[in-house]
Design a protein around this ligand. Structure first.
Ligand SMILES: [Zn+2]
Length: 267
């Protein structure tokens, strides 16, 4: 406790200029001061975050808030994988990309903004679809893709590699978020054993999506990622959060690990 008090005192000293002997504020303390003062955060959590490597798959509607908040929070290394280029129809919901970026690879457009936001973060753009080799050295994966095929492939690869994963999807004004710790909690395939047949579920191009809806779901994903990385309480486990933003409803849906799950089961 006294150690924490001394640390908080140094935070205040960094933030409040004194008349006599003006001290140079520590930019590290200043940058992260508003999360460092949180009772559930700590200097150790911040240092650990700075050592962490996270792969964000998809630099679109979900990837924009996820990568923004993770870079801002001080994740040490952030991989951004996306094989697409910025399109005009992306801009209403994908806030890492601006009008002059149309035609630019999304991974590079996103990486440029993230480096401006926090130059302490090593941002590695991959102009490619997800492949399992990208999991090498990653402490966490955040799936921000928009197809069921990609979602199942990423879940299977993360289960095989033992990499924690935060899944999400959004369409229209609703979505879901699920955190997965392979071997400890139900995986995406435990919750949804059958991939929907091609064309059965509407895409954003068919059904539309509101920008703020993607922003909320992506922010929840970033929050889950920070909980897992910093060991904060309250991460989703053996459940997914179903969000209906038109109605303002958040529902926790319990799921069970399946022993016969082809991705994470032990059978
Ligand atoms: Zn499973």
């Amino acid at each position: 406790m006294s150690e924490r008090r001394a640390f908080l005192k140094s935070l205040v000293a960094a933030a409040v200029p004194r008349n006599e002997e003006p001290a140079e504020p520590d930019p590290w303390l200043e940058r992260y001061s508003r999360q460092l003062v949180l009772p559930q955060w700590s200097e150790a959590a911040q240092r650990a975050l700075g050592e962490a490597s996270v792969l964000v798959v998809g630099a679109g509607a979900l990837g924009s808030p996820v990568a923004t908040y993770l870079a801002g929070a001080g994740v040490g290394r952030l991989g951004i994988a996306d094989d697409g280029d910025v399109e005009l129809s992306n801009l209403h919901r994908q806030h890492l990309h601006f009008t002059p970026d149309v035609g630019v690879p999304k991974a590079h457009s996103a990486a440029a903004k993230l480096s401006f936001l926090n130059p302490d973060v090593v941002v590695e753009p991959y102009q490619a679809r997800f492949n399992a080799a990208m999991l090498e050295g990653q402490d966490l994966v955040v799936d921000c893709t928009d197809s069921f095929a990609a979602r199942y492939a990423i879940n299977a690869a993360c289960c095989a590699a033992g990499a924690p994963l935060v899944e999400a999807g959004v369409v229209g004004t609703s979505g879901l978020v699920m955190s997965i710790r392979p071997g400890a909690t139900a995986c995406y395939r435990c919750a949804f054993p059958q991939e929907p047949p091609a064309g059965a579920a509407p895409t954003c191009a068919q059904a539309g999506v509101l920008g703020p809806a993607a922003g909320v779901i992506g922010s929840l994903q970033a929050l889950e990622a920070l909980k897992l990385l910093a060991g904060l309480p309250g991460a989703l486990a053996d459940e997914f959060l179903q969000v209906d933003l038109a109605a303002g409803e958040f529902v926790h849906v319990k799921v069970r690990r399946r022993q016969d799950c082809p991705d994470c089961g032990s059978a």
